[in-house]
Design a protein around this ligand. Structure first.
Ligand code: 48N
Length: 339
């Protein structure tokens, strides 16, 4: 089916462009007709009809401010909408994307904010090991590939191979972005956690602190550039193993005294590592679930190297763990103040 043609009400002088309430009604129209705001159906070209007709080709006219408003009004209405989210997922690598997919599919009623520091989501899953193309997943993670429709070579009873890691990552990213209840904020870093003290003197998560990633990288050479915030009863952190941005929430929890110390990722052992990451994916502190390779830094789990089954199944488990505690954490947050 042709992708829905977004309707932007260009005729309304009052908005002169994007009106989040109105143009949110995206209608899927057959690809040969479009129905702009004035209701007059116009024929939509196909690329076959365009071929060879370039001499009098021209785009429909536009004013630059329409482009600016189409971007800014949507972005700022999203910031407003997701300022209070149900779940924040930090890190859109293979684990974070799998988590977002499972959560959004299971609970279309939840508002899910996916925060990714890089301009390009996907983390380490665009390539296999040592920049090679193929991606290996050990069974039973092939079930996730069938779930999202990624073809693979079934090598034998034990593992499968996706011909290019980018085929997996582009597919899961596309699936996640299609969910109406997921908003990806990329080029955006979580640079702190919103916390509350619990009755026993511990820490409960109540959201995340964000900034443009490029701003986060220049706090040392610019005067204070304060962050923004997103409140949420559940934060799922999948920021990868240690590195400039890695293991963010685990490291921050230790620095706040919410975790005694990092376990530190251990040496490579595929058979030990993948089981430990999937089975260990859990709520580390009230409101904070950690999955994927970030968990290896918490538990001192081995690394698995270039096999990705644990990332997707850790995502499946992270979504499950989040839904187990969601109502309780939501209740704790709502007792703070009604907003
Ligand atoms: O791909 P990663 O790094 O992390 P995972 O856990 O999704 O997948 C790990 C996997 O790629 C491996 O490392 C494989 C299996 N190898 C294992 C091994 O033994 O070497 O994705 C984490 C994402 C990245 O896109 C980061 O940019 C992002 O998280 N990120 C952040 N985003 C927002 N705010 C932050 N503070 C932040 N820190 C990291």
């Amino acid at each position: 089916m042709a992708p829905p043609a977004a309707l932007v009400d260009l005729q309304d002088p009052a908005t002169n462009g994007h009106n989040p309430a109105k143009s949110a009604k995206v209608a899927a129209v057959p690809h040969t007709t479009a129905v702009p705001a004035n209701g007059a159906a116009t024929k939509q070209e196909t690329i076959e009809e365009m071929a060879g007709q370039w001499s009098d080709f021209r785009f429909a006219p536009i004013r630059e401010s329409q482009v600016s408003r189409a971007m800014t009004r949507r972005y700022f209405s999203d910031l407003d909408k997701y300022a209070e989210s149900d779940v924040v997922i930090v890190g859109a690598g293979s684990c974070g994307l799998s988590t977002a997919y499972c959560l959004a599919k299971a609970r279309p009623d939840l508002k899910i904010a996916l925060i990714e520091a890089s301009v390009s989501p996907g983390g380490g899953a665009w390539l296999g090991g040592q920049l090679f193309s193929a991606m290996v997943m050990r069974k039973p993670a092939d079930a996730f590939l069938r779930e999202i429709g990624v073809p693979y070579e079934d090598m034998d009873a034990n593992f499968v191979v996706v011909k290019h890691a980018a085929l997996f990552t582009s597919t899961i990213l596309s699936k996640v972005l299609h969910f109406p209840n997921v908003k990806l904020f990329n080029a955006t870093a979580v640079e702190d956690l919103i916390t509350r003290k619990t009755d026993d003197g511990g820490i409960r998560l109540a959201g995340v602190v964000t900034n443009w990633t490029l701003v986060s990288m220049h706090h040392d050479d610019q005067s204070c550039m304060d962050p923004n915030t997103i409140n949420a009863p559940i934060v799922i952190s999948t920021t990868g193993h240690d590195g400039p941005f890695g293991a963010f929430s685990a490291k921050r929890l230790v620095s706040m005294g919410g975790l005694p110390a990092l376990g530190g990722m251990r040496g490579l052992d595929m058979n030990t590592a993948e089981d430990a990451i999937v089975k260990g994916t859990r709520e580390i502190a009230p409101g904070l679930i950690i999955g994927g390779m970030e968990l290896s830094e918490v538990d001192g789990a081995n690394r698995m190297g270039p096999t990705f089954g644990a990332m997707v199944l850790s995502g499946v488990k992270a979504a499950e763990e989040a839904l187990k505690v969601f109502d309780q954490r939501k209740q704790e947050c709502s007792e703070e103040m009604a907003v």
